[in-house]
Design a protein around this ligand. Structure first.
Ligand code: AGP
Length: 372
């Protein structure tokens, strides 16, 4: 009913708008005033976490994209090697796991069969399995050693939105917790990131307050035959997520590339008026990547592409090469996906609505995929 949808025509619209609250709920009670993280509910003892030698993240679809972002954060903060793999590939290649491996299974529903089978396989190999899940008491957390719930509230729209942002928060919390438990370096940086996490609900709110131009832009692109997405570092999984949303909701061909790969092939696709969305890394700490992506934008624009650029506020270097500039708040690099994903959700949703599609129930898709 309209009431259930909070006055919106679709659950997805409501769920996008709910994101600041969902992010706050995922953080609730887990970050102490002094920056100490409390994740006792994970049921994995600090002594076990100190023994971890490798982390393997398994997930599907949007949850897999959260895992890709987690890898950047975990390796940087914790210095533990971290692999990420789609669950449907994982157990078929004889992966190397043991008691010192922490497997993190990310699943909104907790019921994805591919992920569940990977969890079972990992436990047979003696790995410890930690689930990140949104649905209390679902199968994957029940079959895992521990769980961190995302507390996003029920997500009805088939396309994951608020659960993706909260999965990211859960991943950051785990990465930061591991770093704390293992007493590693980067103390100042870690403390700064923990402090910044508390501001994320407000930053997402600011993005939502400024997305009207994204809606207008999306409506102009409903006849495009394809949209390309480029990103680097954590912006690359954000680009993948933007492309997936567009496929799912607008039934359009969309593809994401790591911007550095452009010159190794995909640049041949660039032609006049082709819409290309570019996620520009924040300038903090990663200025080399930032400058490289700015030259990518110049290259594709010189070949006639219509550049749609997502960059942090005040980044004037991209303005001259952006046909459309979407600004997001400046936040630490590793947290940028929290703000940069939101305009892409709105973009895909609005484009789909312009095409007359049902964004809550896209064709051929189910909210949880319980077959392998
Ligand atoms: C996301 O928009 C999709 N509906 C889909 O890719 C989803 O993320 C995937 O099926 C994984 O689901 P899960 O998180 O419930 O395991």
């Amino acid at each position: 009913s309209a009431a259930e949808k909070g006055g919106y025509d679709y659950f997805m619209l409501k769920e996008i708008v709910e994101q600041p609250k969902s992010v706050a709920d995922t953080l609730l009670g887990r970050v102490g005033v002094d920056g100490t993280l409390t994740l006792d509910e994970m049921r994995l003892a600090p002594s076990d976490l100190r023994d971890i030698e490798k982390i393997v993240i398994i997930a599907c679809g949007t949850s897999y994209h959260a895992g890709l972002i987690a890898k950047y954060a975990i390796e940087h903060w914790c210095r533990i090697p971290c692999e990420v793999e789609v669950a449907s590939e994982f157990r078929y290649r004889d992966p190397i796991l043991n008691r010192q491996t922490l497997v993190i299974a990310i699943s909104q529903s907790g019921e994805s069969m591919d992920t569940l089978m990977a969890v079972r396989y990992a436990r047979e190999q003696q790995a410890r399995v930690l689930a990140i899940c949104n649905v209390n008491g679902s199968t994957i957390p029940r079959e895992s050693d521990g769980v961190l719930y995302t507390h996003a509230g029920p997500e009805v729209g088939v396309a994951a939105t608020k659960t993706f942002l909260t999965q990211l928060i859960a991943c950051y919390l785990i990465g930061l917790y591991l770093a704390q438990v293992r007493g590693l370096k980067f103390g100042d940086e870690i403390n700064a990131v923990i402090a910044q996490l508390a501001n994320m609900p407000e930053q997402v709110e600011r993005v939502l307050a400024t997305v009207e131009p994204v809606r207008n832009l999306a409506r102009t692109l409903s006849d495009a035959s394809t949209v390309l997405f480029l990103g680097r570092h954590v912006g690359y999984p954000v680009a993948l997520e933007g492309a997936l949303k567009l496929k799912e909701l607008a039934y359009m061909h969309a593809e994401a590339f790591a911007a550095g790969e452009l010159k190794h092939g995909p640049i041949a696709l660039i032609e006049k008026d082709l819409p290309v969305v570019v996620v520009v890394p924040s300038r903090e700490g990663r200025s080399v990547l930032h400058d490289k992506i700015v030259s990518n934008i110049q290259e594709i624009r010189a070949r006639g592409a219509r550049t749609i650029v997502i960059a942090e506020e005040g980044d004037e270097t991209v303005r001259p090469f952006s046909d459309e500039l979407i600004e997001v708040p400046a936040v630490p690099t590793l947290l940028q996906p929290i703000v940069a994903t939101v305009p892409l959700q709105v973009f895909a949703c609005e484009l789909a609505l312009a095409k007359g599609n049902d964004v809550d129930q896209p064709r051929n898709l189910a909210k949880s995929v319980t077959v392998e």
